[in-house]
Write a protein of this length. Structure first.
Length: 213
């Protein structure tokens, strides 16, 4: 299977997350194929309760599928696992490794993303546009994935959109097919949905629905 160059995230419409909180690791390969078939523009492996060694194995299972599709793969908050697998990027939170330090360790070519939960944090992400590849805004709505984070609401989406970010950005948190249109109207460029996709009978069709295909 030919290896494609990753598509630019500036045109991305859907960000898929393979999360062990919603899917067993035995299904990661199957789910990766499904979300790629549905048109996912980027995939993240999130395995909060796994070890670094276990995350490395998950990344190795998914990486060839992403490479063949020309879709970036990122690891959630595990620099060691990220560096252990070629071409894998890293997603960090506000309390994780600072973005500039992460970029130095990753080198210039790997994808680096940052979570933001306020307008000030989004503005901070834009100030890091020389080191970040993208940033995420959320949680837009209450979500079981991040129960300790209060929802930021559509007002933050509108405020970030008003900044006209040159950096690609994604809206995440409690987004489903029913509320996705409101998030887009508020100014979202691209969406992230986790449980709605991973628990669907047809994840590929669900991704297509989020993309509007």
């Amino acid at each position: 299977m030919p290896i494609l160059l990753p598509r630019p995230l500036s045109s991305a419409r859907f960000y898929a997350i393979l999360d062990t909180g919603y899917a067993p690791v035995s299904r990661f390969g199957e789910l990766a194929r499904a979300v790629l078939a549905g048109g996912a523009d980027i995939i993240q492996v999130r395995a909060k309760k796994s070890t670094t060694a276990e995350r490395i194995e998950l990344l190795k299972a998914v990486a060839p599928l992403c490479a063949a599709a020309g879709v970036p793969l990122v690891c959630n908050d595990d620099l060691a696992a990220t560096l252990a697998v070629s071409d894998v990027g890293l997603h960090i939170g506000q309390d994780d490794l600072p973005a500039r330090e992460a970029r130095k360790l990753l080198g210039p070519d790997r994808v680096l993303g940052l979570s933001t939960h306020s307008l000030a944090q989004a503005q901070g992400a834009l100030a890091l546009s020389d080191v970040l590849t993208y940033f995420a805004v959320g949680p837009i709505y209450k979500t079981g994935t991040k129960p300790d984070y209060p929802p930021v609401g559509l007002e933050l989406v509108q405020a970030v959109a008003a900044l006209k970010p040159a950096l690609p950005w994604f809206c995440i948190g409690g987004i489903n097919l029913q509320n996705a249109p409101q998030v887009r109207v508020a100014g979202a460029r691209a969406l992230v949905a986790v449980s709605e996709v991973l628990l669907a009978q047809n994840p590929a069709a669900m991704v297509k629905a989020f993309r509007g295909d």
